[in-house]
Design a protein around this ligand. Structure first.
Ligand code: UD1
Ligand code: UDP
Length: 363
């Protein structure tokens, strides 16, 4: 029996871990232990996803909570080490690029426990992004690297990672999307919000580069205000962004924009429904660029770069950066002629988790 310790901590981790846990539950030769670091802890950033995705309760919750990068990463490491020693897994599996990812990978590696990184090889080549540091470091120390798109294969090869550690397996986030798409379609979130199919833009923002700087954030709000003159805008606001709105004194400004519907972050099923029925999605999220590509909904990414270039070459994603005029030019272009996806990226077929578990068990 091979024992996989699955690490999750922040919102986008839950969708990635769920299909791997599900494959382990189905197989007689694999078992999983779920460790939640507690990086995200609000009910609508964590609990909801366990309920909706039928993700088993975490076996351990490290309850680290929020702190600076150094403190959060260090606390996760301190609290994860005894868990890793006690449970002695055959593999520690980390996903994505958040602080929980690098913290647990580093602990396991130093204890001599093999580490698998799911969603390896993605690079924005922007070292000002905390996630880019987490990606590069995690890939360097992982024993098995599971890649979602061709760019990841090239990046890892250019960095000199031996080929026998790398596997192209597809995308676990898309496993979850395909698995829950029909259930999501039954969500009543649109009627609760009073918005029509294709009658609204959906917005999410949480990158420090967009929401920590007053001028940049203000420029994005200028663009949203103009878009609101044209259609409703639904904005489930990340807690980090909500905190910045208050600190930067933007509360009144946002409250005064007609047609702008700021809501709390929503659960996965409601969010998939909101994406699927949107006229356009404006975001700085990583995962949402991928999900809109499969849903065929136009996505404007308010960043200068993406670590997921296949969503631009094959999907519906366009990079606008955060400048007001560039966002609006892209919005107008999408309104005039919505881009169609060329093709689903290779192996984004709902079976990535099976390939991952097969590879780990066969190793
Ligand atoms: C983290 C990840 C980011 C990922 C994002 C997904 C890192 C470095 N960043 O960013 O890569 O895209 O999650 O959502 O790992 N907060 C709450 N309640 C919560 C969680 C956070 O109020 O449940 C607030 C706190 O004020 C906290 C802030 O959000 O200080 C930032 O949380 P943190 O986990 O440090 O980073 P995120 O911005 O969420
Ligand atoms: N998501 C959600 N509710 C929301 C916003 C996003 O369920 O209110 C989902 C979204 O569908 C995707 C994931 O959260 O699966 C993306 O997480 P996030 O944008 O926080 O992180 P990133 O992908 O940027 O690391």
């Amino acid at each position: 029996m091979t024992k996989l310790l699955l690490v999750c901590g922040a919102r986008p981790n839950f969708m990635k871990v769920a299909p791997i846990a599900e494959v382990c539950a189905r197989r007689a030769d694999a078992t999983s232990i779920i460790v939640h670091t507690g990086q995200h802890y609000d009910a609508n950033m964590s609990r909801l996803f366990f309920d909706e995705l039928a993700l088993p309760e975490p076996d351990v919750n490290l309850e680290v909570g929020s702190a600076s990068h150094a403190v959060q990463t260090a606390e996760i490491m301190k609290r994860f080490e005894p868990v890793c020693l006690e449970t002695r897994p055959d593999w520690v599996v980390v996903v994505g690029d958040v602080n929980s990812t690098i913290a647990c990978a580093l602990v396991a590696r130093k204890l001599g426990v093999p580490v698998a990184h799911v969603e390896a090889g993605l690079r924005s080549f922007d070292r000002a992004m905390p996630e880019e540091i987490n990606r590069v470091l995690t890939d360097t120390i992982s024993d098995m690297l599971f890649v979602t798109e061709e760019s990841g294969m090239r990046n890892l090869s250019n960095e000199g990672i031996p080929e026998d550690r790398i596997r192209y397996v597809g995308n676990v986030m898309i496993d979850t999307l395909l698995r829950h798409r029909e259930r999501a379609d039954r969500s009543r979130i649109r009627s609760k919000l009073g918005v029509e199919k294709r009658g609204y833009a959906l917005v999410t923002l949480h990158r420090p580069s967009n929401v920590d700087d007053a001028d940049t954030f203000n420029g994005i709000l200028d663009a949203l205000e103009r878009i609101c003159a044209d259609s409703a805008v639904v904005f489930p606001m990340h807690p980090r962004t909500r905190a910045r709105v208050e600190q930067l004194g933007f509360t009144d400004r946002i409250g005064g924009i007609e047609n702008l519907r700021i809501i709390e972050p929503v659960g996965y099923l409601d969010f998939v429904k909101l994406m699927a029925d949107a006229m356009v999605v404006l975001t700085d999220s990583g995962g949402i660029q991928e999900e809109t590509t499969i849903l065929g909904v136009p996505c404007l990414t308010l960043r200068e770069n993406t670590e997921r270039p296949v969503t631009v070459t094959h999907g519906t994603n366009r990079l606008t950066g955060p400048a007001t005029k560039n966002i609006l030019a892209a919005y107008d272009a999408v309104r005039a002629a919505p881009p169609a996806a060329v093709a689903a990226p290779h192996l984004w077929d709902g079976k990535a988790a099976e390939r991952i578990v097969d590879a780990l068990l066969g190793h």
